[in-house]
Ligand binder design. Sequence first.
Ligand code: PEP
Length: 246
Amino acid sequence: MRKLIIANWKMNMLRREAIHFITNIAEQQDIDLAIVPSFLSIKELKEVALDKNILIGSQNMSEHNHGAYTGEVSATMLKDVGCDFVLLGHSERRKIFLESNQVIAKKVERAVVEDMPFVLCVGETLDEKEQGETEEVIDHMLEEALSSLMDAHWNKVSIAYEPVWAIGTGKVASVEIISQVHNFIRSKLEELAGEKASEIRILYGGSVKSENIKEILSINNVDGALVGGASLEALTFNQLISEVGI
Ligand code: PEP
């Protein structure tokens, strides 16, 4: 499986900065690359990205498709501007915007109905880790979001394991933890998706940078990375992706 590196820009970058950034990204032959900018840059970035073979995603999406939902953006609207996929259940959405597993499950359902590929983010908090609840928490998140999916849907699914305590903290999870949790996620996917499980990408996210990306991607069942902080400057991000190809 080709590795996938996703840059999650969160609420950063104006349109002109985003365009400048993407024009300075070195083209990649051996890995897949994706950028997840603010809603407002998706259309313009998609136009530039076509020539560079970079996917453009969205950081969020409504579980509804139209109607009186002030401030929301639907899957159809995202498709209309050329968005290739959506992140669902990022820990910042769960924590700051109080998205529950139930809401995220509805978003997954919507993504499936609208034929929108998605990356489902799962991960435990520091407290849950210290209580030894990591696998239980992740099992629950996967079960709630994915248990209603049918055979035909699994090719739209990727998973990102993002331990909350490692996001934006500089504390990367150890090789042992990443390996253990990714193996656990793969076996849970086997339970849910049967034979299709081996084709589902499982990405790691949490303080990934050019110094650790190579080691992380060499771990069994790590099919890519979701990168926040280290994706915000073209120079740093180019360094990071060049490490993957070496
Ligand atoms: C993220 O927000 O998805 C993320 C992984 O952030 P960072 O790389 O900054 O830890």
